[in-house]
Design a protein around this ligand. Structure first.
Ligand code: LCS
Length: 393
């Protein structure tokens, strides 16, 4: 079977498959740090790249490769670079494409640490950055300078659920000779494929929907071209943020059910978002599937569904948010997202606490914003849980 010509769900199950001597149906865990060369000539060929076998697990490993090939196929890219965490993917991209005197434009409400590491650490090496609301194209246009090399967009963004017009930003980036990287963690390739809309690089925290079971931390980068793959891969290997074979095995097992999980959790999310929208204690709800979302129409043009991430503001502000979180019983008070279980958290005091308040507010993260990652439980139970917690406010 040539997975390139199969449908998305067939590729979910079969892309990245390989044959071993025993006909293993699931990809085995090659839990080895190093690989024996057949002889001196074979070792030399592996290092020269004329043999694409394996040398050492930090550089490559069959289980990791199966996972990389699977996700690359789902995103429609030429190759995958799996990393030890989502932040490993983010750092690899920054490290490979930026340098002394170069500039990046990014989404103001990106995942907090993606911004923090740039502003606090890459800046020490002379890398410049500007954060804007990328859901407004003119902001991106204005922020691009002569030394801009990378446009780094998260859409939908964490946790504001702002949507960026990926086709328009890709065009703008390329007009200015910039690379466009898109963090596709919230949407997943099931709902959105940025490479098909002109992006050069896609990345994921696979800790989230791709693995989906809250038991793996990992990341992946997918590139549109071989050239970009060859630019990024040595940086990942050199920084040593490779995935582990066991991580890759679990992530590959998790991703098989991506479509089923995403569709089921989206169905729950839609009902919860509507319920929140009419709740008297809720001031606003941001869910891409609601007509009230400012970029709902845009979302429809670039996503095939709206996923299961949402945020909402409570009329009672910060204190109401804390009360809600102290009283939920089924929804779990925890950071992370995209698993089969519903998680709730408070970005101002948790995921985005590393940013100062002014930067948080500029990014749309108000003190009372609550983020909800809806799981695949029975929606009646989730609604009942939220209702009893709301009563305590
Ligand atoms: N990109 C996005 C959009 C994320 O949400 C996260 C983690 C990362 C990158 C980094 O991935 P990691 O290194 O954790 O695998 N987001 C988290 C969150 O919202 N709560 O806890 C982690």
């Amino acid at each position: 079977m040539d997975p390139k010509h199969s449908g998305f769900n067939t590729r979910l199950i079969h892309a990245g498959a390989f044959e071993d001597a025993y006909g293993s149906v699931s990809v085995p865990i090659y839990q080895t740090s190093t690989f024996a060369f057949r002889n001196a000539q074979h070792g030399a060929e592996l290092f020269a790249g004329s043999d694409d076998g394996y040398i050492y697990t930090r550089i490559g490993n069959p289980t990791i490769k199966a996972f990389e090939d699977n996700i690359a196929s789902l995103e429609g890219g030429v190759g995958g670079i799996a990393t030890s965490s989502g932040m490993g993917a983010v750092s690899t991209i920054y490290m490979a494409l930026l340098g002394q005197g170069l500039h990046m434009v990014s989404t103001a409400s990106v995942y907090g640490p993606s911004r923090n590491i740039m502003e606090k650490h890459f800046s020490r090496f002379g890398v410049e950055s500007t954060y804007v609301d990328t859901s407004k194209l003119e902001n991106v246009d204005r922020a691009i300078r002569r030394n801009t090399r990378l446009i780094y967009v998260e859409s939908p963004a964490n946790p504001t659920i702002q949507i960026t017009d990926l086709r328009a930003v890709a065009e703008l980036a390329h007009q200015h000779g910039c690379v466009l990287a898109v963090d596709n963690t919230f949407a997943t390739p099931h709902l959105q494929r940025p490479l098909e809309m002109g992006a050069d690089i896609v990345l994921h925290s696979i800790t989230k929907f791709i693995n989906g079971h809250a038991d793996v931390v990992g990341g992946i980068i997918i590139t549109k071209t071989k050239e970009m793959y060859r630019t990024l891969r040595p940086l990942m290997v050199g920084m040593g943020c490779s995935m582990d074979p066991h991580q890759a095995y679990l992530a590959l097992r998790g991703v098989r059910t991506l479509s089923l999980r995403v569709e089921r959790s989206e169905e729950n999310a839609r009902q919860i978002a509507r319920w929140l929208e009419q709740h008297p204690k809720v001031e606003w709800v941001r869910y891409a599937g609601l007509e009230s979302h400012p970029q709902h129409e845009l979302a429809k043009t670039q996503m095939s569904g709206f996923g299961s991430m949402m945020s909402f503001g409570l009329k009672g502000g910060f204190e109401a948010g804390r009360t809600l979180m102290d009283n939920v019983r089924l929804a779990i008070l925890a950071v992370s997202l995209g698993g089969v279980e519903t998680l709730i958290q408070h970005p101002a005091s948790m995921t985005h606490a590393g940013l100062d308040r002014e930067a948080r507010l500029q990014a749309g993260i108000t003190d009372g914003l609550v983020r909800l990652s809806v799981g695949i439980e029975d929606v009646e139970d989730l609604l009942a849980d939220l209702e009893q917690a709301f009563e305590k406010i």
